[in-house]
Design a protein around this ligand. Structure first.
Ligand SMILES: [Zn+2]
Length: 80
């Protein structure tokens, strides 16, 4: 059984109680996961990217959190 991966970018601002998912990116594989995820984070200026794992290629089944990545460079700047 093969697994499919979906990366989701999030916009977060603790000052405005914002925690919002932005875009979803299906991954071909989990190879070079960090590099793939970093690219999405940069593109969306997302401080958080979660990667979910699914057993169905269309992600209709249950999504399981596989890994999450945080990017300090893309955190909101409102407190600064
Ligand atoms: Zn903020």
């Amino acid at each position: 059984m093969s697994n499919y991966f979906l990366a989701v970018t999030y916009d977060i601002c603790v000052h405005n109680d914002l925690f919002e998912d932005m875009n979803e990116y299906p991954l071909e594989s989990a190879a070079n996961l960090v590099d793939q995820v970093r690219k999405f984070a940069k593109q969306d200026v997302a401080p958080l990217v979660k990667v979910f794992e699914s057993t169905s290629s269309d992600f209709t089944g249950e999504l399981k959190l596989y890994k999450e990545f945080r990017f300090k460079d893309y955190e909101c700047k409102c407190a600064k």
